[in-house]
Design a protein around this ligand. Structure first.
Ligand code: R5P
Length: 297
């Protein structure tokens, strides 16, 4: 087995190769002056079992194109099997036609990945489980909730309360999972997003948060509004410290300011997205999954 580190996840690929004790394949990826990508494998991969590590966070179109080129080249050069680890699976929001005539983007990505010859796909906390049904190859949706909770367990949280900032089934399962690791209580807030304006409304309810440390667990932070709304409710109810653990900290635009102003003490993301908030690695989750220990909510 050998690891191919895609440009979006070089450090993660390095970590995985060290944890597994297997070699990284040398590849070169660059851009031509007109912006097109160039990919070259610097060593022979014929007959190899490859693991390609490439997260698909923004700029997701560039990261997808890099993945497609690497995958195509690996297959073309005769790799025996190719498994992909894409912790952040881009385009997972468009899993069905919400309005007539819309593109099924998630299905298109699945078709291309399969057509290019991937044998299996591993991801972390996919935004929408319907996406998993679009793959004919095995797809494993792992969770980072446990690793995030273990990070916060070291902080000595006081009478902790884990909160899902919306009451969708998947969000509740993630919060419940983190709460189990922390041996804590959990609860969920009801949230609605206006389909046209994108505005988010979170409905306050009694969370019994007074004097307690709270941990908001979510899959994605995009604009930061979901987390900020939940944090404000917790703050208004007298929560002591408010932390956020998120699998994919995209943190677009003003999101960090919006979240910190809502009373959050610390935002913790994973190396699914490379930025200053990536304090937890998804590497052990993937390595365990390869050994058959699939961590799921
Ligand atoms: C909701 O569907 C997701 O679990 C996240 O809560 C959402 O994507 C976060 O988006 P934003 O940061 O824009 O509120």
């Amino acid at each position: 087995m050998k690891i191919v580190g895609g440009p979006s996840s070089l450090n993660l690929a390095q970590k995985i190769s060290e944890e597994l004790g297997v070699q990284l394949v040398k590849i070169r990826v660059k851009r031509f002056p007109d912006g097109e990508f160039y990919v070259k494998f610097e060593e022979n991969v014929a007959g190899e079992n490859l693991l390609i590590v490439q997260s698909l966070y923004p700029p997701q179109d560039s990261h997808l194109m890099e993945l497609f080129l690497i995958l195509h080249t690996a297959r073309d050069l005769g790799a025996e099997t190719i498994r992909i680890f894409a912790p952040y699976l881009a385009y997972s929001r468009q899993d069905r036609r919400y309005l007539e005539g819309e593109c099924l983007s998630a299905a298109m990505i699945a078709e291309v990945i399969e057509e290019l010859g991937a044998d299996a796909l591993y991801t972390i906390d996919v935004h929408n489980e319907n996406v998993l049904k679009m793959y004919k190859i095995p797809i494993y949706n792992l969770t980072a909730s446990g690793e995030l909770a273990r990070y916060f367990a070291k902080k000595g949280l006081e009478n902790p309360l884990v909160i899902a900032p919306d009451d969708e089934d998947l969000a509740k399962r993630r919060a419940k999972y983190a709460a189990k690791v922390l041996n804590a209580e959990w609860d969920a807030l009801e949230k609605r997003r206006d389909r046209y304006t994108g505005e988010i409304t979170t409905f306050a309810k009694d969370l019994n948060a007074h004097g307690r440390d709270a941990l908001i667990i979510d899959d994605i932070i995009s604009t930061g509004r979901t987390v900020a709304n939940a944090a404000k409710i917790l703050r208004d109810q007298g929560a002591k410290r408010i932390f956020v653990g998120v699998s994919h900290a995209l943190l677009l635009g003003d999101s960090v300011r919006i979240i910190m102003e809502s009373g959050v003490e610390e935002i913790v993301g994973t190396d699914s997205v490379v930025n200053d908030y990536a304090k937890v690695s998804v590497s052990p989750i993937f390595v365990r999954a390869l050994r058959g220990e699939i961590e799921q909510v």
